[in-house]
Design a protein around this ligand. Structure first.
Ligand SMILES: [Zn+2]
Length: 276
């Protein structure tokens, strides 16, 4: 049946001084699946597209303000929600194809999405504190918004600078002076990254696999944003079938809950079976 899905985030949304770890995802509709299909077809992950998709999927309540919610979620929460959507759509298991680093042979690996390791947020989340060159620095764990800024940066150096500017919230109890941000050395940045890593939640998206051809053990990365595996072509085919039969408009069909849509498709299939 169609129902909203409760998700306990590994980090949580920081609202009015509190961390809200529970959110609800709406029942799946064709609209959401179409967005997932578009995302799957895109060449690169776009943080703003993922934000828009998640914003349309999360149920809003008085603690969950309208608009711009997903862009304020930390990276692991966004990945976790995308994986949850993938599980709602296609179940817990996926077959992925890898190519051996040593012998080039392609091979298939089955993964269980619920088995991916999840590291929960540490004490103090979403903030981390550290000392950099005798100054007390308070940092904030990066969010979707930060990812977007980084994605738009013109160079790696600019990206790093932008990330530091976003994530350093306090230096010695005050707003960070520009001189501090400009003078950060790579070592200072490493220091701050380590402090953030200690509190930031994370998802294990790299796993160890063994090539069945040559036995070489290797690491395989998994894209948590690409697990939904929605095919736009199939969805449009379903739309066509329903529209041809019931003469409903595209908007009406896309608004149907997924289970309802699949139910009507099964009825059509059954009628075809009876007619043949
Ligand atoms: Zn091999």
């Amino acid at each position: 049946m169609d129902h909203a899905c409760r998700v306990t985030l590994p980090g949580g949304l920081f609202v009015d001084g509190n961390v809200k770890r529970e959110v609800w995802l709406r029942p799946l509709t064709g609209h959401l699946e179409l967005r997932l299909a578009e995302l799957a077809a895109a060449q690169a992950n776009s943080p703003s597209k993922i934000s828009a998709l998640l914003d349309s999927a999360i149920v809003r309540d008085e603690e969950c303000p309208e608009g711009g919610l997903a862009s304020n979620l930390c990276v692991a929460d966004r990945q976790y929600l995308m994986l949850t959507l993938a599980r709602m759509l296609g179940g817990d298991h996926r077959w992925l194809t890898a190519q051996c680093e040593r012998c080039d042979a392609p091979f298939d690996i089955e993964i269980a999405l619920p088995a991916l390791p999840v590291q929960l947020a540490g004490e103090g989340y979403p903030f981390a504190t550290t000392r950099v060159r005798d100054a007390d620095v308070v940092l904030r764990v990066p969010t979707g918004d930060d990812q977007e800024r980084v994605a738009n940066a013109v160079s790696e150096q600019a990206a790093l600078q932008s990330l530091v500017e976003s994530c350093v919230v306090r230096v010695n109890g005050s707003a960070p002076p520009p001189s501090f941000l400009e003078s950060c050395t790579p070592r200072d940045i490493d220091e701050m990254e380590a402090a953030l890593e200690a509190v930031a939640p994370s998802l294990g998206t790299t796993m160890s696999v063994v090539c069945p051809e040559c036995g070489a053990e290797q690491l395989m990365g998994l894209d948590p944003y690409a697990m939904a595996g929605v095919s736009g072509e199939q969805l449009l085919g379903e739309l066509h079938t329903l529209a041809s039969r019931y003469h409903w408009g595209e908007e009406a069909i896309l608004s149907l809950n997924r289970s309802r849509r699949l139910f009507y498709l099964r009825l059509i299939e059954r009628d075809r079976g009876l007619a043949s």
